[in-house]
Unconditional design. Sequence first.
Length: 94
Amino acid sequence: MVIIILLNFNKLGDEVEIVSETYADGSIYEGQKKNGLRHGKGKFYYSDGGMYHGDWFAGSMEGYGILYYAGGSKAYEGEWKDDKKHGYGEYWWP
């Protein structure tokens, strides 16, 4: 695993890390972490080529985000909670 860490502060003055992490399966996370968990804004690149770009809370996709198919077209845009689509959102099919 490759980890690059920069320290930053969010709007509330909380210290957050700005990281780029590459995992053994080839997936990559680039974004903010707090207390060792994905938290704030970030992008997760799946090993199959798909990607999530959006909000994270305490390690889970939560808030607003966009999920992309491996080819780069949108799959879902909208609200998330606990890593699941939740609330208002729109689906796209390739």
